[in-house]
Design a protein around this ligand. Sequence first.
Ligand code: SF4
Length: 429
Amino acid sequence: MASKRQIWVGGVPIGGGAPVAVQSMTKTETADYEATMRQIRTIADAGADLVRVAVPRDKDIDALRRIAVESPIPVIADIHFNHTLALKAIDAGAHCIRLNPGNIGGPDKVAEVARRATSARVPMRIGVNSGSLPKHLHELERESPVEALVTAAVEFVALMERLEFEDFKVSIKSTNVPNTIASNRLLAERIGYPLHLGITEAGTKWAGSLKSAVGLGTLLADGVGDTIRISLSTFHAEEEVKVAWEILKALKLRERGPVLIACPTCGRLQFDMDTVVAEIEQRLESYADPVEVAVLGCAVNGIGEASHADFGITGAKNEGLIFAHGKPLRKVPQERLVDELFAEIDRSLAIGRTEVDERKAAEGAQWLKRIEDENADELTPERLAAMEAAAARADDGDEAAAVTDALLEPRVTLGEDVSPTAGRRFTRA
Ligand code: SF4
């Protein structure tokens, strides 16, 4: 269902199997060149592939002319109601024009923009919003909002094709998450053009991120969507980019920077994990490598489910353990845990492998085994999950596999070596 067609916005491919592109929109007045460029650089540093700027006035065009040249990422000019601004934005060097053919003044004006875009080889994003459907679709909208959104989008696509302009992507946006999901699924079945996904006016950082993760994540998991923008009510546009990346990383669609995994904590927690996890997350922001770092609140389960992580810590009351690739490295005092973890990460990144002090590793493994053994009967969340999985397997008649699973609950073996980082080369941001 992924779009068959591909367009290029500047040097960024959209659709046709290209990686899902991340975009955001500046919150500054575009005419304020300095402020807009500052925000574009912040957005680009956070990992945006594309940036959109609002162009509601002539004075924005003057700034756009410089921004299109100076921006480190391609710039999309966002135009509403005024087709002459679209023409001027193309002339000013915008890498893409976003417009809603329904509010730009009729097909003749759309045709004029399409002709100018063709000669400048500038693509367009044509969009449909739930709040601004054409009049003739209002009745259908009352009966079936999803069908009305898709019909509007398909009509715009047909108009562009009649104008012999096919260098565009399409967006259907709604504040309603189920309608966004249903309409984009339907649209992906009906057209082969790349799709831009977003939830309109998603809200604050907290609620908006969740709505976007549910709406966009569902579509992306289905293979629908070629570029995404997370719309959040914040002046810090880079937050939108960070959320977009977390969605793409969670779905394993793209890789960027470290992945932090942390247990949810429970009554066995013996240190201030909230603070520790927040500090680790913040310190990881300066790393570019896709290292996976795990934080476990206690050592009762051993390294267990975090054994696939590149690096990790597991804490106890006065001391904790640093581990790498499922194997203990060394015990450290609780207050040194985070600093020692980062010292280990830095050392490994610098030399491309994890060095092991056999004596310290054996001491750490012994410490871990003692805690595991002392708590062998504890029904931790992880052990309950393993038992549930085993029971489900047994219900399926696969009892032998269930018994094997239960017996294979990860345990530390004394004297085992820590694997080097298996040929991975790391660099620091
Ligand atoms: S038992 Fe599991 S959830 Fe509870 S603190 Fe330990 S690792 Fe975290």
